[in-house]
Design a protein around this ligand. Structure first.
Ligand code: CDM
Ligand code: ATP
Length: 283
């Protein structure tokens, strides 16, 4: 029987860019909110040391997939002679700033650490994850968190229970291009940990993303009379926070009334990642 684990999505409830590191990466302050939308990974042992990867979406069934990179990084780190067969059931929208690829990689690292009996600590797995992408450590640690540094310095925070309406504009926004853009605001004042920034903070990518992508700007404008909308990560997904599932359903219905073409999801905020429960990891 393969081992099956989830890979949840995240929202950046706010995202302030507060500086730059010497290697060109950006220093952020953000709150990562894990949500109950997820991909699914099935993993089993392979007696040879190859990583056999398949995916429900043929477009990302490639050796470049972050899942394959994560598996190979762990295999190399632990100098293993065994491999794995991994299937990814892709359900999360891609390139939307909800961290799907990063979460898939994190769940692969956590599950393979278990399957291969590597016995690496969460800190060691988070370091391997960070070498593959700035968004991976939060999924390794598996807690909604206040984030600093490039997103790897994480302090778990208890957030009020929320349901989010997530809108996925069918626009792919490049994280690397946005971070490199001359018009990006990079000097937002640093704050000490404040969970009220979940509601009060802004996303420094938003003005630029709206300027570069008129379709996304149109969606923000359509949300205006309904509720406050925010961008997650570098986009393209936009979300609206509500206090209950029924309130989320009402917002979703209103949005779809004004624009039936919109792809919308409802997601509940999570304090901790389902993959940690599935693998019985105590954090
Ligand atoms: C926008 C966020 O999603 C917010 O959570 C993340 O900061 C992005 O994390 P990610 O997609 O895992 O990013 P990576 O794959 O590590 O890097 C993609 C590109 O974004 C830039 N990058 C990323 C993270 C960061 N703190 N500063 C950066 O400048 C890097 O130049 C890199 O070329
Ligand atoms: N397992 C994966 N799932 C999705 N995309 C992947 C995966 N591995 C590699 N990719 C590549 O990464 C690109 C961005 O994927 P992803 O959905 O993680 O973006 P994102 O949600 O914007 O992430 P982030 O918030 O970390 O910037 C995809 O277009 C795809 O080419």
């Amino acid at each position: 029987m393969p081992l099956t684990v989830s890979a949840p999505a995240k929202l950046n409830l706010f995202l302030h860019i507060v500086g730059r590191t010497s290697n060109g990466y950006h220093q952020l302050q953000s709150i990562f909110q894990l949500v109950d939308l997820h991909d699914e990974l099935s993993l089993s042992l392979h007696t040879q040391n190859s990583i056999e990867f398949s995916c429900s979406d043929p477009e990302i069934e490639s050796p470049d997939n972050l899942v394959v990179k994560a598996a190979k990084a762990l295999q190399k780190h632990c100098q293993l002679t065994v491999g794995a067969r991994i299937h990814l059931n892709k359900k999360l929208p891609m390139g939307g700033g909800i961290g799907g690829g990063s979460s898939d990689a994190a769940s692969a690292l956590l599950a393979l650490n278990h399957l291969w009996q590597c016995q690496l600590t969460i800190d060691e797995l988070a370091d391997i994850g960070l070498s593959l992408g700035a968004d991976i450590p939060v999924f390794i640690r598996g807690r909604s968190a206040w984030a600093e540094g490039v997103g790897e310095q994480l302090t778990p925070v208890a957030l009020p229970e929320k349901w989010y309406v997530i809108i996925h504009p069918k626009v792919h926004v490049s994280t690397a291009l946005l971070f490199a853009h001359p018009e990006l605001t990079r000097d937002t004042a640093k704050s000490t940990i404040r969970t009220d920034l979940a509601a009060l903070g802004h996303n420094d990518f938003e003005p630029l993303v709206r300027k570069l992508h008129p379709d996304i700007d149109d969606i923000f404008n359509a949300c205006l009379p309904i509720a406050e909308a925010k961008l997650t990560g570098s986009g393209s997904c936009i979300f609206i926070a509500t206090d209950s599932e029924s309130a989320a359903n009402i917002v979703k219905a209103k949005l779809n009334q004004t624009n039936p073409e919109l792809t919308t999801y409802i997601a509940k905020g999570l304090d901790s990642s389902p993959v940690h429960n599935q693998l019985n990891i105590q954090t």
